[in-house]
Design a protein around this ligand. Structure first.
Ligand code: HEC
Length: 285
């Protein structure tokens, strides 16, 4: 009996080892982005306001030269649950940007300073212009990019992820991507105009290294390092992709508490309702 059991355990462990090592072998091609710690992870996560404000600065001063963010308006920056800039800061920020409006009385389109209600203007007039300026590669819109990127976690991680509620693959990937520029290994045929990036699937990325140490000046004393820039801008992109993340997590938890209490009430109500009902009649021969 015990022999049989230990044999079964051995077979099971062997099968597990094979299945678990398969994704590890496949992953040698494109390494998994390292896990970062995020203030907004987990069921009680909230954004770090200062981090979002720094991340916006990085986006505004660097990434916005190529990447649009057309689903967000300037006014979103002052809403609760986000970077929470003041209304005056947002108005001043919007006023620096130009948007197209019109037609006016003469039927012509005209440019004016942006207002908080305006969407973020795109750096290029259309996708073809964006491609032409970037060697044929289209810089994807930032609006939902942090949630549109992920990577295969593989077995058994995707099972654990359900319980640990790991939802930060996108931001972990973005941080890794900004760190992932390297010299291509011997024998790698890098297409003309592409850049080798360890974490990009296929490794030939159309985006040149966009940011390095000292590129953006932080005003809150945080050191201006690539590490901080990439985490801050990724956190900002997560907020952009899900501006109501904090409310979702808060309401989710409240709902679980409610359901728990409700389940208890239902149980006692059921007991009370059925307490006076007679038992099933006894069977008579
Ligand atoms: C000089 C223009 C330029 C700048 C500046 C720039 N990007 Fe990009 N980015 C691109 C292009 C072009 C692509 C598309 C690359 C491709 O598809 O090969 C891209 C793609 C990306 C992607 C998607 C990669 C994927 O998995 O498809 C991310 C994420 C990204 N950029 C983040 C950033 C961040 C963060 C910044 C600012 C720190 C930034 N970019 C600044 C041009 C730029």
């Amino acid at each position: 009996m015990t022999k049989q059991r230990s044999l079964a355990a051995l077979v099971f462990a062997g099968a597990f080892a094979i299945v678990a090592s398969a994704p590890a072998l496949a992953a040698e091609e494109t390494p998994h982005p390292p896990r970062q710690s995020w203030s907004f992870a987990g069921p009680f996560g909230t954004f770090d306001r200062a981090q979002l404000q720094r991340g916006f600065k990085v986006y505004h001063e660097v990434c916005a030269a190529c990447h649009s963010m057309h689903l967000l308006s300037f006014r979103n920056l002052s809403e609760p649950g986000g970077p929470e800039f003041t209304k005056a800061q947002v108005a001043a920020l919007a006023a620096q940007a130009k948007v197209q409006d019109g037609p006016n009385d003469a039927g012509e389109m005209f440019e004016r300073a942006a207002r908080p209600a305006d969407r973020f203007p795109s750096p290029f007039p259309n996708d073809n212009a964006a491609r032409a300026a970037n060697g044929g590669a289209l810089p994807p819109d930032f609006s939902v990019l942090a949630k549109a990127r992920s990577y295969e976690r593989g077995f058994p991680w995707f099972i654990f992820d359900i319980f640990t509620q790991y939802q930060e693959q996108g931001v972990d990937y973005i941080v890794a991507l900004l760190h992932g520029y390297e010299e291509p290994p011997q024998g790698f045929a890098l297409p003309e105009g592409a850049n080798y990036n360890k974490f990009f699937p296929g490794h030939a990325l159309g985006m040149p290294k966009p940011i390095e140490d000292g590129r953006v000046e932080y005003t809150d004393g945080t050191p201006g390092t690539l590490d901080n820039y990439s985490k801050d801008v990724a956190a900002f992109m997560m907020w952009a992709a899900e501006p109501h993340l904090e409310a979702r997590k808060r309401i989710g938890f409240q709902t679980m508490i409610f359901l728990l209490v409700f389940a208890g009430l239902l149980y006692f109500a059921k007991k009370k309702v059925w307490s006076t009902a007679p038992h099933a009649p006894e069977q008579h021969a």
